[in-house]
Design a protein around this ligand. Structure first.
Ligand code: C5P
Length: 223
């Protein structure tokens, strides 16, 4: 008998990060932010001077990631500690996200991170956030969501986030970056981004966070 798991896959900027955090809190379940593992692999590689296309070295970096996720007050993302150093904000940069999606195309890197992700499945349950949670990592999950939003809406949300943080960005450039990353995530041969056959698709375009959370909670009831 395994702990229940609800998978939430979808493109970046679909609101997944916020929604899965709230969902995990509401349910009192653990949270797996699988994207952080790819971001950490990219960051650790850069720190160790490993090129992002050096497959054999990247696999070693991924397999030996020394990472811990430390709980924070409700509503805040977990603190991410890499080899003793707090890299919570560093892994959130556009560059790190872009580099993450480059290492994520390599099947052997994905394999090196697989068991680490499955180990998060513990009682009372797990909310798993990513691109291939329902298709590859937890194919037998009893409840699966695919959360999307139009690229324009995702660019707008990201723009507002950055503006609030005092970062000056160009919305067209953001939209272009989103399109490039979507393209890479959907068209790779290793675990491409797509809804699992048994996933419920939720389009968050035009919905409030509360509305998205309510819909996710309804699906979670099946887990
Ligand atoms: O979700 P986040 O933006 O943090 O993910 C960063 C990148 O990591 C994604 O663009 C994707 O290429 C990769 N990723 C993945 N599989 C996952 C989670 C993230 O390939 N389960």
């Amino acid at each position: 008998e395994q702990a229940p798991v609800i998978t939430v896959d979808g493109p970046g900027g679909s609101g997944k990060g916020t929604v899965t955090q709230m969902l995990a809190r509401e349910l009192g379940w653990h949270l797996l932010d699988s994207g952080a593992l790819y971001r950490l692999t990219a960051l650790a590689a850069m720190r160790q001077g490993v090129a992002l296309d050096n497959e054999s070295e990247l696999v070693k970096v991924a397999a030996s990631l020394d990472v811990s996720f430390e709980p924070t007050p409700p509503g805040e993302p977990a603190r991410v500690i890499l080899a003793g150093e707090d890299v919570t904000s560093e892994i959130r940069t556009e560059t790190c996200g872009d580099n993450a999606s480059k290492v994520a195309v390599i099947q052997s890197v994905r394999d090196a991170l697989l068991q680490r992700q499955r180990d998060f499945r513990q009682y009372p349950g797990l909310v798993a956030d990513g691109r291939d949670m329902g298709t590859v990592v937890f194919p037998n999950a009893p409840a699966k969501i695919f959360l999307t939003a139009s690229a324009e809406e995702r660019a707008r949300r990201r723009y507002n986030q950055l503006k609030e943080a005092g970062v000056d960005v160009n919305i067209d450039a953001l939209l272009e970056e989103i399109r490039v990353r979507d393209e890479r995530d959907m068209n790779r041969s290793a675990a491409p981004l797509k809804p699992a056959d048994d996933a419920q698709v939720i389009d968050s375009t035009g919905l409030s966070i509360k509305e998205v959370l309510d819909r996710c909670m309804a699906v979670a009831g099946q887990a």
